[in-house]
Design a protein around this ligand. Structure first.
Ligand code: ADP
Length: 487
């Protein structure tokens, strides 16, 4: 199949989050599975076209924007380490900027930038004579490409058999645009903007809704999240739309990159280990304590958090429960995170109160995160919502036992450890309450102190895999269903 992946980010060229990793992994896997994918991306300033040897195609794109047209250049290269073609849309006024979406704040012309990008993506296919079986648009930045596909481009020979897929990576960022501007830039005109139209949500243009409504099939990044977002609590105001499209809404779990996240080969960690040498994991704990000037303590479990510090991640629950366990001498605690100031201040104060039992690193530090995955015994993930979550997948690969709230991808990836069967690799709780969270921690600590079970659960965890090949195969099924639908 010819599959055009349209996204604002792809790793390692331009990345702010998981979206970039997922698009890169999907492109790579689709090619390995014998398909013919291309990736279409804006040429952001951050994309190092020299390092990655991009070349100018010499083609220029003519992109209609409402009542006028704009011009763009087109560069071609490959996704680093693969043969997947990547096309960069060059329009310096829009994309030659420090940020991808903004700097301090979102860029005020994001409506215009991403409507332009969405339309230019279809013009790329025309310019390179690529007839896509699938246009797969990711997140609101690419959503309008599906609206264009299903209207202005529908009768073009090149797109006659093209199905539209839309993937929601983060429902919280919807692309809410001023209707006067967005309807003009897109060329759909104010006549197509009215209460209940496919562009309108609560009086503004909502690009996320546009993607949801125009797609043949919609996916999101885990099966449980695909169910949850049909309810008010998780739907971020789009409950009605997601239910209207419910029959076409499918969860496809993200995969993890085990070339990078592998305790056997990880160069960031002190001592490598595998399932047969799990006893060596402890060396990493000793090294981490040394690095942060803590005395060694072989008895207490080390409980970790590696996370953005936002309300989504359940930081309130951690604040309400964790100090009790540190204070009573039951655990040691390490956190790497950054985000909202109130949370950062809380953890700094926590370290001040318990300097001998806590490691607090405020900031983003990828190398250190590897060392923490290797050193810790438990990883806390009490998220309020979690579309997929990668942290729990990485933790398990390092035999670090996840404690998760039963939501989204956490529910799909972590099974409760049962002493009776010996199955499972983590501990789970459902209600978003301190009491349930603390009950869950108690269950985990009990198993930590029972040698055969502790060995067992760690073996289960280190063996668990979520591959991007499995994920790409599921996307292929979705592509097939979408093509059947438009036939
Ligand atoms: P989200 O995308 O919602 O932040 P995920 O679990 O999908 O959550 O992915 C987060 C990734 O970012 C994980 O790889 C996690 O280890 C990493 N991460 C989060 N915060 C930090 C930090 N402060 N330092 C290093 N890595 C971090």
């Amino acid at each position: 199949m010819n599959i055009a992946l349209v996204a604002a980010e792809v790793a390692p060229l331009a990345k702010t989050g998981g979206l970039a990793d997922v698009v890169a992994a999907l492109g790579k896997e689709l090619l390995n599975l014998g398909h013919n994918p291309i990736i279409i991306l804006p040429k952001h300033r951050v994309v190092d076209t020299h390092q990655y040897q991009f070349e100018n195609t010499g083609l220029s794109l003519i992109v209609p924007m409402g009542t006028w047209t704009e011009f763009a250049g087109l560069l071609k290269g490959k996704l680093p380490g693969t043969d997947v073609p990547v096309y960069l849309i060059e329009h310096d006024i829009y994309f030659d900027r420090n940020g991808i979406y903004g700097e301090e704040n979102e860029y005020p012309d994001n409506d215009r930038r991403f409507i332009f990008f969405s339309r230019a993506a279809l013009e790329v296919c025309k310019a390179i004579k690529y007839s896509p079986d699938i246009i797969h648009a990711h997140d609101f930045h690419a959503a309008f490409s599906l609206a264009f596909l299903k209207s202005q481009y529908r009768d073009e020979e090149l797109f006659r058999n093209t199905a539209a897929i839309y993937t929601i990576h983060n429902l919280a960022y919807q692309g809410k645009f001023n209707p006067d501007r967005a309807m003009q830039f897109s060329g759909f005109g104010s006549d197509n903007f009215y209460v209940g139209s496919w562009f309108e949500q609560f009086g503004v243009v909502n690009a996320m809704k546009t993607g949801i409504m125009f797609a043949d099939k919609i996916t999101t990044v885990s099966p449980t999240y695909a169910q949850e977002i049909r309810f008010d609590y998780y739907s971020e105001g789009l409950r009605q739309e997601l239910n209207t499209r419910g029959a076409d809404l499918i969860g496809v779990l993200n995969g993890a990159d085990y070339d990078i996240w592998n305790p056997e080969t990880d160069e960031h960690i002190h001592t490598n280990y595998s399932e047969s040498t799990l006893y060596k994991k402890n060396e990493n704990k000793i090294a981490l304590y040394e690095e942060f000037g803590l005395t060694h303590d072989s008895k207490k479990p080390l409980v970790a958090i590696v996370s953005r510090l936002t309300e989504q991640k359940g930081i309130e629950l951690i604040m309400s429960e964790i100090e009790h366990y540190i204070g009573s001498g039951e655990i040691r605690f390490v956190i790497i995170g950054s985000g909202e100031k109130k949370y950062e201040h809380y953890f700094e104060a926590l370290r001040y109160r318990h300097p001998h039992d806590t490691i607090v690193y405020i900031g983003y530090n990828n190398n250190l995160s590897h060392r923490v995955f290797a050193a810790a015994d438990f990883m806390l993930l009490p998220s309020r919502y979690e579309p997929c979550g990668l942290t729990q997948m990485y933790a398990m690969r390092y035999a670090t036992i996840p404690l998760v709230r039963l939501t989204g991808g956490l529910a799909d990836t972590v099974d409760e450890y049962l002493e009776s069967s010996g199955n499972g690799e983590g501990f789970r709780f459902w209600s978003y309450s301190g009491r349930e969270f603390s009950y869950c921690i108690n269950k985990a600590l009990a198993v930590y102190n029972k040698a055969p079970h502790w060995d067992n659960i760690r073996q289960n965890a280190i063996r668990k895999r979520f591959t991007s090949t499995a994920s790409a195969e599921e996307y292929l099924n979705v592509y097939r269903w979408a093509r059947e639908k438009i036939r």
